[in-house]
Design a protein around this ligand. Structure first.
Ligand SMILES: [Zn+2]
Length: 240
């Protein structure tokens, strides 16, 4: 993230995403060999609010697995009881929605929460830079573009049109990364996959949280930021 000397280590992704042993059945360990990278004090300390925001945004996503539901029902509920203002802020803008389980056809009444897209993308970008360092043993000095696939445009008049590039990228990434190795010790919580598109001088990393919340990160060597549509093409053309 910066040139300051490392004085500590930082977990990538944040450790708060990983349930503690006391909230899990006996013998289940979801904090096996967590990834850490060297960090300066400033960057380690300054992002704890973003980490908390990321935790809320990820853990409430419906397609997640049971581990996320359990994490919400234990650790996150305790945090909410301790400091209700945080969750009140997070859920301030919400609209009632009905979601359908495409497997069972069952419908559920719930709410959609308006997220701070920039903040979410910033938190994912920091994870991306950390993973890049961990994976390639080198600092990434270029730009990182983050595309969380679990965020939808809903209230905008052209919402459907706005969602098209992201949905296309999510579908292509899912198919493309399907056969690539997963780097993870605790895949129920988090794992990542890497595509090195040499011809495009780009690296693409797919993040998978709780097996249901995916995000694509694009590292372009020439520093350009590419849109979702172009990124979909990049992935299609990419060679692992
Ligand atoms: Zn720093």
């Amino acid at each position: 993230m910066c040139d300051a000397p490392a004085t500590s280590v930082e977990h990538v992704p944040p450790r708060c995403l990983f349930p503690e042993q006391k909230d899990l059945p006996q013998g289940v360990d979801l904090r096996k060999q967590l990834i850490t990278v060297p960090s300066c004090d400033l960057h380690n300390g300054s992002k704890s609010d973003d980490d908390e925001y990321l935790l809320y945004a990820l853990s409430m996503n419906i397609p997640n697995n049971q581990i996320a539901a359990n994490h919400f029902g234990t650790k996150i509920l305790r945090a909410i009881k301790q400091n209700p203002a945080v969750i009140a802020r997070f859920t301030a803008e919400q609209i009632p929605v009905v979601v359908e389980d495409t497997d069972s056809g069952q419908q559920h009444e719930t709410v959609a929460i308006k997220v701070d897209h920039q903040r979410l993308k910033r938190a994912l970008e920091v994870i991306g830079r950390g993973l890049y360092f961990h994976h390639f043993h080198a600092r990434w000095n270029g730009t990182v573009a983050a595309y969380p696939h679990f965020v939808l445009a809903m209230t905008e008049p052209n919402a459907e049109k706005l969602n098209e590039p992201n949905e296309k990228m999510a579908a292509i990434a899912k198919a493309y990364f399907n056969d690539l190795p997963c780097f993870c010790e605790n895949p129920e919580v988090f794992c990542y996959q890497v595509a090195n598109c040499a011809a495009e001088s780009a690296v693409i990393i797919l993040l998978r949280f709780y097996q249901g919340s995916h995000a694509t990160l694009i590292f372009k060597a020439d520093g350009s930021i590419v849109g979702a549509g172009e990124t979909a093409l990049l992935i299609e053309r990419g060679s692992a």
